[in-house]
Design a binder for this molecule. Structure first.
Ligand code: MGD
Ligand code: MGD
Ligand code: SF4
Ligand code: MO
Length: 745
């Protein structure tokens, strides 16, 4: 590696950028004015936190980003943003930003090194592992938080370039269940909705979802609904969302499957079903009807802890609704039987014909800003573009499109996240490359996870901060530019592809993840395979080719400017979509019908027979039910709208920090607290079979007796959780393990 060349690369990424930005015409902001007339310039991009994918306008002055406002005309957020969006710039400026590569020295300390040393070390250590243990002994963990172009590069470099077989990402912690549920039911991982559906339903059912906290702008969209909708919330806790609902079903944790089978039984029995839709567009209806026949209301009431009257009300609301939509998030996905639970909701939508029409759908709300991009293009669980590694035609097609030898594409599937960790434990995996995720906080059963990570010969962490729990364990830290400091695209929950732009310089020698992948390809001697991967914009054109003919076809999108001008574009958007028009200045705008699209309007699903499948299975017992010794069920999840995951970012904003509790707290029902002699604000010990952690008691009736809630934003929380997984999606069951609470001795 030639240092001079590197220096120019660093300059290319971190150097002057404003002149380029102001030349980009934008229908939304000041950028259309002549440069001389501008007090500030602006550039538009989608937010880098959650999967809502709000449009944000970044205001620039003298080469610096000086402020953010929500983009008024962006079809997602219509001028609104939550506090994280407003504070997105301030989290970039923090003294713990990773500004140089860090390498662990002989004394066991991380010390700054230059990029050539870091890259040579990476390549040498990777070669050593490959030569001693085979290429499969190096694996990676990626993310739903970097751009699609970057994810695709990481996946292609890891598998086709460096010969790795195993790569997974934090979407496993989050969306794997929805992916598998959709693939099995619809034939493709295809969330069918558009956000307008929040406004067009007359009955909205939220299951294991707390959008008031986790997707606040989506909740704002619900609030714009003019049909006086009935809102049903199915959640063991009386969440902020449940408080705003017309009907709250505080079911016993993990009894969702039984509940929805019970509701399906009522719908079948009363004939409250769309028989012609079932006949014409689905398979498995008769078998499903038979399966649910034994879910009598009394049995379901006993299992779920809900009254038969509530069940009746729920079923009746679904029946009486003209446009019923079903929304689910982590209360369903993060479960040892998440896939079947998600499918039990999909079945309710299918059997009532609530799909493909405005205000309907079986709708998984995604979590991270680019989880949907990760689902299609990370090259981990599936081959690029929603294809299969095990399908020879798919492999040949991708090899052809990318102009690489087909034998570089593995014909086997990757280990999932927990199988990668098990691989480390079994000595099969020796090196791990962690990009934009923080497993040493977010993975389930932390003490075990940290022990496993400590066994690695080589741990590389590529992050924007050098202080994350995982970076602290690394042998090599690679400093990454963040959202706002690089370009690319994200795909949001409703399949909308949106652009991110560079509006600030990355600090020090930090480079965009894209550049880092280019440099690693070169250092490892495989860059000739990635000749065409010259920039995110160039890779976007490759991704278009990879999407061609797939359900996610977006070959009709020209480039980033097209996305910017159109307010983001949902897939599918093949070249057949010519409904968008260009005005005299060359700005295109999409007609409303093209801007907000849902799938399955024609009743055609992606299975070869065109039908959706009703899938079902008997519920299984909770892996770690409460006992006399550990009598409480631990629920975990999002605590506030201002805390993001492991808080590496949100804790860096003074504003956001002020709005959230500094230290971990545990929500306890007052009756349980009384029984344990605990008063409000007291320090208590929460203990599971794996660990004991100290937390401040927060007494609240929003958690039911027999349950406690801990927000995931504090590193202690996952020391308690139990590493159990859904058998199909391999997603961790973060929201059910047994704990007890006591006062400190
Ligand atoms: N502020 C903020 N917003 C975020 C995030 C963040 O960290 N902070 N993270 C983003 C990401 S990646 C994700 S995945 C989403 C998550 O968004 P959500 O899934 O809405 O958030 P959670 O709080 O994890 O879980 C939702 C609810 O599931 C309930 N639940 C637990 N067990 C069960 C059960 O057995 N059945 C049912 N029906 N419900 C149950 C919990 O009580 C909780 O209220 O949020 C995204 N948005
Ligand atoms: N108990 C419990 N645990 C949970 C959950 C739960 O509900 N309960 N939820 C799970 C879910 S749904 C999720 S999604 C996971 C999230 O878990 P993680 O992915 O581990 O959480 P984050 O804090 O978002 O970590 C992202 C990391 O990427 C870094 N980063 C941000 N932007 C960039 C970038 O552009 N480039 C690079 N290289 N780095 C960047 C951040 O600094 C941070 O260290 O947590 C899971 N863990
Ligand atoms: S709702 Fe999500 S996408 Fe919108 S501003 Fe907040 S964090 Fe960003
Ligand atoms: Mo997530």
């Amino acid at each position: 590696m030639i240092p001079a060349e590197l220096r120019s690369l660093i300059r290319a990424v971190n150097g002057p950028f404003t002149s380029e930005l102001v030349q980009q015409p934008s229908p939304f902001g000041l950028a259309r004015l002549p440069v001389s007339a501008m007090p500030t310039a602006t550039t538009n991009m989608v937010c880098g936190f959650c999967s809502t994918g709000c449009g944000l306008t970044v205001h620039l002055q003298n080469d610096s980003a000086i402020g953010i406002s929500p983009t008024t005309e962006y079809p997602v957020n219509l001028g609104m943003a939550c506090p994280k969006g407003w504070e997105a710039l301030s989290v970039l400026n923090s003294p713990d930003r990773a500004t140089t590569p860090l390498l662990r020295n002989n004394r066991g300390r991380l010390e700054p090194v230059d990029w050539p040393t870091a890259l040579n070390t990476f390549a040498q250590r990777w070669r050593r592992i490959r030569d001693q243990h085979g290429p499969e002994a190096m694996a990676w963990l990626g993310t739903g938080q970097i751009a699609v172009e970057e994810l695709a590069f990481l996946g292609a470099l890891g598998k086709f370039g460096m010969g790795m077989l195993h790569g997974d990402g934090n979407t496993r912690q989050c969306m794997a269940t929805a992916v598998v549920a959709y693939k099995q039911a619809f034939g493709f991982d295809a969330p069918p909705y558009t956000y307008a559906d929040f406004e067009e339903s007359d009955v909205l059912v939220f299951v294991g979802a707390n959008p008031c906290i986790a997707h606040p702008i989506l909740w704002e969209r619900v609030m714009r609904n003019r049909h006086q909708p009935r809102i049903i919330v199915v959640d063991p806790r009386r969440t902020e969302t449940a408080m705003a609902a017309s009907l709250h079903l505080p079911l016993r944790p993990k009894s969702d499957l039984t509940l929805f089978y019970g509701i399906a039984r009522i719908l079948f029995e009363r004939g409250w079903i769309d028989e012609s839709f079932l006949q014409g567009h689905t398979t498995g209806a008769a078998e499903f009807q038979q399966h649910v026949a034994s879910y009598f209301p009394e049995f379901v009431a006993r299992e779920t802890g809900l009254s038969t009257d509530l069940l009746e009300q729920f079923a009746r609301l679904i029946h009486e609704g003209q446009r019923v939509s079903f929304w689910w998030t982590m209360g369903i996905n993060q479960s040892y039987e998440g896939v079947r639970a998600a499918q039990s909701l999909i079945n309710l939508a299918l059997m009532t014909g609530n799909i493909g029409k405005p205000g309907t759908g079986a709708n998984s709300i995604t979590g991270q800003c680019n989880a949907m991009g990760s689902r299609l293009f990370s090259n981990t669980t599936g081959l690029l573009g929603g294809r299969e590694f095990t399908n020879p035609q798919h492999r040949a097609h991708v090899a052809d499109l990318l102009d690489i030898p087909v034998d570089r594409i593995p014909d086997r599937n990757s280990f999932s996240y927990h199988e990668i960790l098990k691989g480390i434990l079994d000595g099969k995996i020796k090196g791990l490359w962690v990009v934009a995720t923080n497993p040493a906080h977010s993975w389930i059963n932390q003490d075990q996870a940290k022990d496993i990570l400590s066994r690695l010969e080589f741990l590389v962490v590529q992050d924007m901060y050098s202080t994350t729990e995982t970076a602290q364990l690394a042998d090599l830290v690679l400093p990454a530019a963040a959202w706002g400091e690089k370009e690319g695209t994200f795909i949001n929950s409703e399949r909308r592809i949106g652009v991110i732009r560079q509006a600030a310089r990355a600090p020090g020698q930090a480079l965009s993840d894209f550049r880092i992948f280019q440099l690693i390809a070169r250092a490892c001697g495989v860059d000739s395979l990635f000749r065409d991967w010259t920039s995110p914009a160039a890779v976007f054109q490759l991704l278009k080719k990879l999407s061609a003919g797939q359900p996610c076809d977006f070959t009709g999108i020209r480039d980033y400017q097209h996305l910017d001008q159109a307010g983001g574009i949902q897939w599918p958007y093949s070249t057949e979509f010519h409904a968008d028009t260009a005005d005299d200045a060359g700005h295109s705008s999409l007609t409303a019908a093209v801007q907000e699209r849902r799938l399955f309007a024609d009743g055609q699903f992606f299975h070869p027979d065109g039908r959706a499948k009703l899938l079902f299975e008997s519920p299984r017992p909770m892996p770690e039910p409460p006992t006399v010794d550990y009598p409480l069920v631990l629920l975990t999840g999002r605590g506030t709208a201002v805390q993001w995951h492991t808080q590496t970012r949100t804790a860096k904003s003074a504003v956001l920090r002020k709005l959230a509790p500094l230290a971990v707290y545990v929500e306890i029902n007052p009756a349980d607290a009384r029984r344990c002699g605990i008063s409000a604000q007291q320090k208590v010990i929460v203990e599971s079979r794996r660990a004991a952690v100290t937390a401040t008691a927060f007494l609240t009736p929003t958690v039911a007796a027999g349950q406690v809630f801990l927000p995931m934003h504090y590193p202690e929380v996952n020391r308690l959780t139990d590493a159990v997984f859904d058998p199909y999606s391999k997603q961790p069951s973060y929201k059910s393990c047994a704990v007890r609470i006591r006062l400190p001795e």
